[in-house]
Ligand binder design. Structure first.
Ligand code: G4P
Length: 524
């Protein structure tokens, strides 16, 4: 039976994990899924990463380099909540994929290595979350190893991220002496994530916790805890929801410490699906009519089915199997006959999905990144970003007879977001653009395996690409006319200016003040 929309929305938590590589994202994901009952044995996620079994076996690059290229979604239940965990590729060459995924979440867990603190990629991903006011829960991982002083860790988060912190738990020891955490609000000692180890509740005195430590360490711990109570900020739900404050949890994903508190925090404080900004209005998650947008396309998830899955975030209403939706970009109806939910390794048919849920819609190229699906209303969700590529290449094809096939293949890859494709106005061969070099390798591999098109890449004359726009269409027209050799069109036919280097871009921007040169474009 269909769930009541309001109840269904209130239960949902859609989030991502942001972390610098090696901080423990995979281990934590695995534990979250394990406690959520989505996998039987810890090790499945890890196994995937370690190349023993990869879902996307078709992609040798991923296996050979041991990196996860794909972004996937995992749904699990814990307590009364339904969690949708959107996984993001760890490698920074696929950063644009990660940023698009962050457009589909309501909150994020930031994993920090207790010895290393805030690392560069954490900072970058945090900045993307901040742009979108995504509330963040912090998990300080690897407390079972030598860690920094707890106050130092909190100070670093405050300073580097300009984000207030409110520790909810406090580590009892660290490294060899790590014995668990002390829940400051509940006055409870946690000696692990198993139910029986979590329930000891005490008065506000910390002797029981200190008793877990070697004699020498006890006085310092008691003092630290007192100081923490006096000096640390209390948790403030509103400040958290607005993205100004992060609750901080300590633990060890590997050794099952602190993970349950983290899931429970997501359920308790984590925001339910938020209202989404569309071009003409804000869409509330509890509205009755279904609306959703595509934030990712993935081809060949299952090597046995050469299918293409569009990952759709439901924004309102109820997405029902078999329903007819309107694809707003084309105005055409589309039958959602086999929407799917994803679990750790399997997928099942989704009969109904609500705001916050992510479903995969198999299609043969009808859907593109940024597309909006509705029950008829003409609205477009904004905010799935497109980043100006940092590497531009011309594709060189050995067999000229296959030019048409190449064009089609590149078009498809561009629709999937694997690369961006630019057609120069002067009729010269297409230029592909990517954010990270590995994406070029992925493109090459896929053109060869899927389309039997062996290609090479040549340096293009250009190294910078910017979308151009002006308030007055006549100005834009004049600019385009006088720079024909440096103008190309993207997949939506929007014009871009291609510059050889930063200097020429600055030079033109100085001369043509009425033209906007944008490094980010929202899909529409
Ligand atoms: P990532 O996805 O963020 O890149 O990190 P991942 O979970 O793969 O963890 C990176 C390494 O850190 C792994 O070790 C993992 O076992 C270890 N690790 C994760 N959480 C903890 C923790 O709480 N405590 C300790 N001590 N280690 C942790 P590895 O040697 O690269 O892999 P493996 O051979 O141990 O599987």
């Amino acid at each position: 039976m269909a769930e009541d929309i309001e109840k269904a929305v209130a239960r949902r938590r859609t989030f991502a994990i942001i972390a610098h590589p090696d901080a423990g994202k995979t281990t934590l994901t695995e534990k979250l899924l394990l406690f959520g009952g989505a996998i039987q044995l810890a090790g499945e996620v890890k196994a995937k990463k370690d190349k023993i079994q990869t879902r996307s076996d078709w992609m040798k690059i991923e296996r050979e380099r041991g990196i996860s290229v794909v972004t996937s979604v995992m749904t699990f239940e814990y307590g009364d909540n339904v969690f949708n965990l959107l996984d993001t590729p760890g490698h920074e060459d696929f950063a644009d994929d990660t940023y698009r995924t962050l457009s589909a979440v309501d909150s994020a867990v930031m994993v920090i290595d207790a010895a290393k603190g805030i690392e560069p990629r954490t900072l970058k991903l945090f900045e993307v979350c901040r742009l979108r006011d995504i509330p963040i829960i912090t998990f300080v991982n690897k407390m079972d190893r030598e860690a920094r002083n707890t106050f130092e860790i909190l100070d670093e988060i405050e300073e580097k991220l300009a984000l207030d912190t409110a520790p909810i738990t406090w580590p009892i020891g660290q490294g060899k002496t790590f014995a668990g955490t002390y829940h400051l609000a509940q006055n409870a000692v946690r000696r692990g994530d198993d139910e029986k180890e979590r329930t000891e509740v005490h008065g506000p005195d910390s002797n029981r916790a200190a008793g877990l430590l070697p004699d020498n360490d006890r006085p310092a711990f008691i003092e630290e805890l007192e100081l923490a109570r006096e000096a640390c900020r209390p948790f403030d739900l509103q400040a958290f929801r607005e993205g100004h404050l992060t609750p901080v949890y300590f633990g060890s994903a590997l050794r099952n410490f602190g993970v349950r508190d983290l899931i429970e925090a997501l359920g308790e404080f984590g925001p339910a699906p938020r209202a989404q900004e569309a071009d003409t209005r804000k869409v509330e998650a509890t509205e009755e009519k279904m609306t959703s947008f595509v934030f990712k396309i993935q081809a060949n998830m299952d090597p046995n089915h050469r299918d293409r899955i569009a990952f759709v975030r439901v924004c309102s209403g109820e997405l029902k199997r078999g329903m007819k939706a309107k694809l707003v970009r084309t105005g055409k109806p589309m039958s959602l006959s086999a929407p799917q939910f994803f679990f750790a390794r399997s997928r099942i048919t989704a009969d109904e999905a609500y705001a916050g849920d992510v479903v995969g819609i198999p299609n043969h190229g009808t859907l593109r990144i940024g597309d909006t699906l509705t029950e008829g209303e003409d609205i477009l969700f904004r905010g799935v970003p497109n980043f100006a590529p940092e590497i531009l290449r011309r594709v060189r094809l050995g067999d000229a007879m296959k030019a048409k096939k190449l064009k089609e293949a590149l078009h498809q890859m561009a629709e999937e977001g694997v690369v961006q494709l630019f057609q120069p106005e002067d009729g010269s061969p297409a230029i592909v653009g990517v954010v990270g070099a590995l994406q070029i390798d992925v493109l090459k591999e896929r053109l060869s395996v899927e389309y039997t098109l062996p290609v090479d890449f040549e340096m293009a004359r250009f190294s910078i690409c910017r979308w151009i726009d002006a308030d007055d269409a006549a100005d834009l027209h004049r600019f385009i006319e006088s720079h024909r050799g440096d103008i190309a069109r993207d997949l939506d036919n929007d014009p871009v200016f291609l510059a050889q280097h930063e200097f020429s871009l600055n030079y033109e921007a100085e001369r043509w003040k009425m033209i906007r040169f944008a490094a980010i474009k929202d899909y529409q």
